[in-house]
Ligand binder design. Structure first.
Ligand code: EPZ
Length: 434
């Protein structure tokens, strides 16, 4: 699969509020990936709608086809996946190196075929991203593991995965998702303790329960799953939930540069903490059932008032919005501390903000202090991961002068036709070959 070398060019607004109108949110990347992977648990087709047409979904679809599943996509976000022809247990390096979320497939493939081979998963360079929790707990379900030449092979007992009690040492999103799916096909009962509570995890569990899986405790930190074999295909279509990180990214973009900017087709209830932080900081925000409108600054506020951020598992402030929020702090009045508690490599992009003129100081791999407001100047930037890439677009829009943001593919992993949608609300952005 040849990745196009492209970059974005942004002509900055020079610290004006240049964005208005409305922008629609697409289906959730981190909601779609586990539900697509769950097709391996079914003996017939599942039908999805509102699937985002982003690179990570294309990679996951390629992996599903390599496993033998039939995948049919239509042009408006519909997808049918038929698991009846699942037959291969090998995740190839070419695709899974580009997609950290390929680890979600380990549980379904092991449960279905009793064996899975895979390279250490790739994806964002936001830290070591170990897979010790996966290996440790598949062993607990009776698997043996061998590794040669960078390829791991997990093999279940001949009677298949054995249900057991698992306590996660941390609330891991994809580990929770893969072990929920392992439990659906395991023999006996699987109890999962200290599970992640992200909406995308809850949606996966509800989807499987609606399809006949025996899952109790959904929405709490302990799940009980009674293994009862393959699930039947579903006639009824399932809509992927709106992407709360995309909506949150646009919310923060609007908080900095918006005046009467409305974010549509989103779930404000998934963003209560970021909305609260921004309202306290002086941003005028109105919400309805499925939209968020950023009016501008509240009366009496010259600038956004700076604040401290501490990333936390859901429902706390999401690590995936940390980079956009740090850009906002470069324009905040005062000093803000950014404490990234989830990943150790997720603050490196702040060096680039410094190069643009931000006053940021990194204390260690988890702490940065940002003073503002600071004048930013356009620069040539390279996006290091999906979310910092979008943060660079946000920073370039505020800045004075022109910026380029390379590695457009990394942003396309999580945001569909981003430049077209941002242009529509007033950003001077275009995509060119690098
Ligand atoms: C999911 O990644 C998301 N990806 C990430 O979004 C998100 O940042 C992250 O959850 C946290 O919310 C998908 O859902 C596809 P974790 P995941 O396991 O599951 C450590 C984006 O931009 N850990 O919850 O990989 C890990 O290093 C992406 O959309 C282990 O130590 O994250 C991290 O410090 C980026 N050992 C912590 O757990 C393991 O075996 C939480 O990570 C697994 C994880």
């Amino acid at each position: 699969m040849k990745i196009k070398e492209e970059m974005f060019i942004v002509e900055g607004s020079n610290h004006q509020r240049n964005l208005k109108g409305s922008i629609k949110v697409n289906g959730s990347k981190n909601g779609a990936l586990p539900i697509i992977a769950s097709a391996v648990l079914f003996s017939g087709p599942i039908k999805l709608t509102n699937v985002p047409k982003i690179e990570d979904v294309k990679r996951m679809s390629e992996l599903m086809k390599e496993l033998g599943l039939k995948v049919i996509k239509d042009k408006n976000g519909g997808m049918v996946l038929d698991g009846s022809t699942t037959k291969k247990h090998v995740l190839t390096r070419e695709v899974s190196k580009r997609l950290r979320a390929s680890v979600i497939l380990l549980g379904p493939i092991l449960g279905r075929l009793g064996k899975v081979s895979f390279p250490h998963p790739g994806g964002c360079v936001i830290g070591a991203r170990p897979i010790d929790i996966f290996i440790e707990n598949f062993k607990k379900m009776g698997c043996t593991i061998e590794e040669n030449d960078g390829v791991y092979t997990l093999t279940a007992k001949k009677e298949g995965l054995i249900g057991t009690e698992i306590t996660f040492r941390i609330q891991s999103v994809t580990a929770t998702e893969t072990f929920i799916m392992a439990g659906v096909l395991a023999k006996g009962k699987t109890i999962l303790k200290n599970v992640a509570l992200e909406p995308e995890v809850t949606e996966l569990a509800l989807f499987l329960k609606n399809a006949g899986a025996k899952i109790e405790g959904i929405g709490t930190t302990t799940l009980e799953i009674e293994g009862n074999g393959l699930l039947n295909g579903l006639e009824k279509e399932t809509a992927i939930i709106p992407d709360r990180i995309e909506a949150g990214s646009f919310l923060i973009l609007g908080a900095i540069s918006g005046k009467n900017l409305t974010i549509e087709n989103c779930e404000p209830k998934h963003l209560e903490v970021p909305i609260k932080i921004l309202e306290d900081a002086g941003v005028e925000i109105e919400t309805t059932e499925n939209s968020i409108t950023i009016k501008g600054l509240k009366k009496g506020f010259e600038n956004i008032k700076s604040f401290n951020i501490k990333t936390h598992e859901y429902p706390g402030f999401p690590t995936d919005l940390q980079a956009p929020m740090t850009v906002l702090l470069t324009q905040g009045e005062g000093e803000g501390t950014v404490f990234e508690t989830i990943f150790e490599g997720r603050l490196n992009y702040t060096d680039e903000l410094k190069r643009m003129g931000a006053d940021t100081k990194m204390y260690d791999a988890h702490h940065v202090i940002v003073k503002g407001p600071n004048h930013l100047k356009g620069k040539d930037l390279q996006s290091p991961d999906i979310r910092a890439g979008l943060a660079f677009i946000i920073a370039s829009n505020i800045a004075e002068g022109k910026s380029t943001i390379g590695n457009a593919y990394l942003i396309d992993r999580g945001y569909e036709t981003i430049e077209k949608r941002l242009k529509k609300i007033g950003m001077n952005i275009k995509r060119v070959k690098s």
